[in-house]
Design a binder for this molecule. Structure first.
Ligand code: AMP
Ligand code: DBH
Length: 577
């Protein structure tokens, strides 16, 4: 039974002209010209090299389910342990796809998915992959501001939420967003639906599913699979259009480097929607290899270590602050972590001192990973010498990842010198979704993505991340665009001006400090009032300023711009919490 076309080579969908070499690539992206894509000659090269093999996510799951139907694909341990075999996940995806389609969700439609680490996450996204609808991956921490933007900007037709998660009622948020977003026809809830639709009521029965499948034309491999989120450097997150071909290649490459195979049991500790736990090598990498993804409901050592012991977890990925907590907790030796073979650490700079402590404490191998949802992912290698693993952030997945390190004028620096990292390759986007203006500056004319990271290259090709040129704060792996928060603080009636900067933090690497200039005659305003105001505007909690400091003026640069550097160095003086 074939429900979704899974051509080895791109084949024409009904009513479309054949496009065997991707020459009409821009047209191939769904819908229309919403995002730039790879020029045909690059697409040809990536196919000829065997990077893009014409696989789709829907097809991959179908093939794995046929090859090993009874192997466990997913474990969701809480509140009571549930498992999905490959066959069960495949069937659940089909029935849900048929149900979504019956409710009018079609190819190219956007669906904002905001789910924590639960099994339904995989069911929902594989159902959408089968239809060719595009999941937009929101994080569980996102609130009104972010979700409102994702839904409006993508003209989402549906939004998928948990009922209550981490004490927050997502159904209420969904109601508000739905009222403000005309395109948003449906809200699906995992659990008690309240006024919305229960996800459990969506799947069709086997007969209805078979009828849908007979008529469905799934996506083509070079079309979009989903929209991932960027950390953002401007007011709002940009959307990152990833295709089946390019993302699957990054999984295959990651699996090879990390040694992921059918025996891998990958623990999803970070939010499943984030690019790192999804694809480096992540839960999608584990499923691609026929392994098992174990969903961890909370990242703390007590929860995670118990799961590692019980589920015999072999691999996981952590951000540096969490790696530090795990390293310390493991020393207490309360759990049997002997199944653990490899821990990946990335998302923010991992200090060399902390990196040195991980392997002895956890009794497994360390791999550093420096990646970005836009594409490029670097890993240290299992056969690197131990010094390289603790002092570098790895080298690219692919021989076709092109790396340039340039000075401020865009000239290549000499080997080993610091510079701006630019990259282009078989799984790095050529432009954000519906952002032509931003794309003009975020990419070079010849298609290199300006990562905003300052790096240097070691003789063996490994990169060391030395800093950042982009206006972004990296709070323990969670990215914050200062402008987004500044715009919110500015809306406070007592605030004349604000500037948000990063200050060093021993645990998080960086935390946020807001310098606030009050309006004349504003009276007494407390730091807690500013924080409360930001929180009540409805943004993810990690974006609320850690510290607020009131000043009379900002330091200025030579030409009269606010000096963020001056603000960071002034930050050591008296702080108001
Ligand atoms: P995003 O674009 O939101 O996916 O975030 C990607 C950014 O996270 C990169 O451009 C880096 O700035 C940062 N990053 C990711 N991994 C590392 C790492 N291992 N070391 C330092 N920075 C990292
Ligand atoms: O920070 C990131 O975005 C990131 C880190 C490590 C990432 O996207 C990845 C690996 O794939």
């Amino acid at each position: 039974m074939t429900l979704t076309p899974t051509p080895a080579e791109p084949t024409p969908a009904e009513g479309r002209a054949p496009d065997p070499d991707g020459a009409a690539a821009a047209d191939a992206l769904t819908p229309g010209t919403d995002a730039p894509t790879w020029p045909a000659k690059f697409a040809e090269r990536y196919r000829a090299a065997g990077h893009w093999r014409g696989e789709t996510f829907g097809g991959i799951l179908r093939e794995r389910a046929a090859a090993h139907p009874d192997r466990i694909a997913l474990v969701d341990p809480a509140p009571e342990r549930r498992t999905w075999t490959y066959r069960q996940l495949d069937e659940a995806a089909d029935r849900l796809a048929a149900g979504f389609a019956a409710r009018g969700i079609g190819r190219g439609d956007r669906v904002v998915v905001q789910l924590p680490n639960v099994g339904e996450f995989a069911e929902v996204v594989f159902a959408l992959f089968r239809i060719g609808a595009l999941p937009v991956y929101a994080l569980p921490a996102h609130r009104d501001t972010e979700i409102g933007h994702f839904c409006a900007f993508t003209e989402a037709v549906a939004y998928v939420v948990p009922d209550v998660h981490a004490g927050f009622d997502h159904r209420v948020l969904a109601g508000k967003v739905q009222e403000a977003t005309p395109s948003l026809r449906e809200v699906f809830v995992v659990g008690d639906p309240g006024p919305h639709t229960a996800l459990a009521d969506v799947p069709l029965d086997p007969a209805g599913t078979a009828r849908w499948a007979a008529s469905a034309a799934g996506p083509l491999p070079h079309e979009l699979a989903f929209l991932q989120l960027s950390g953002g450097t401007t007011g709002v997150s940009k959307l990152i259009p990833r295709t089946h071909d390019d993302y699957v290649y990054s999984l295959r490459g990651s699996n090879e480097i990390c040694g992921v195979d059918a025996d891998t049991r990958f623990l999803v500790v970070l939010p499943a929607a984030h690019n790192f736990p999804m694809s480096s090598p992540g839960w999608l990498g584990a499923l691609y290899a026929g392994g098992t993804a174990v969903l961890c409901p909370k990242p703390d050592p007590a929860t995670a270590f118990a799961l590692i012991e019980r589920e015999r977890v072999t691999m996981t990925g952590l951000v540096p602050p969490l790696a530090l907590v795990w390293t310390e907790a493991a020393a207490r030796g309360e759990h049997d972590l002997s199944s653990l073979e490899l821990v990946l650490v990335g998302g923010a700079k991992y200090s060399e001192a902390a990196a040195r402590r991980l392997e002895p404490a956890l009794g497994c191998r360390l791999m550093q990973v420096f990646g970005m949802a836009e594409g490029l992912v670097n890993y240290t290698r299992l056969d690197d010498d131990p010094e390289t693993v603790v002092t570098s952030q790895g080298r690219p997945i692919s021989p076709d990842d092109e790396i340039r390190i340039v000075d401020d004028a865009g000239q290549d620096v000499e080997d080993g010198a610091f510079g701006h990292l630019l990259t282009r390759g078989p799984y790095t986007i050529r432009g954000y979704w519906r952002a032509p203006e931003h794309n003009r500056t975020a990419f070079t004319d010849d298609g290199f993505y300006r990562t905003g990271d300052i790096v240097r290259r070691l003789p063996g090709g490994h990169l060391v991340v030395e800093g950042r040129a982009k206006d972004q704060i990296n709070r323990g792996g969670e990215k914050i665009a200062p402008e987004e928060i500044e715009n919110i603080v500015l809306a406070h009636p007592a605030v004349h001006d604000v500037s948000l900067v990063a200050v060093p933090d021993e645990y998080l690497g960086e935390r946020t400090l807001a310098h606030v200039i009050l309006r004349e005659g504003a009276g007494l305003v407390k730091a807690t009032e500013i924080k409360r105001f930001v929180r009540e505007r409805g943004v993810a909690a990690f974006k609320v300023p850690d510290v607020v400091r009131f000043v009379d003026a900002f330091p200025q640069t030579g030409i009269g711009k606010v000096s963020k550097k001056g603000l960071r160095s002034a930050a050591d003086s008296a702080e108001q919490h």
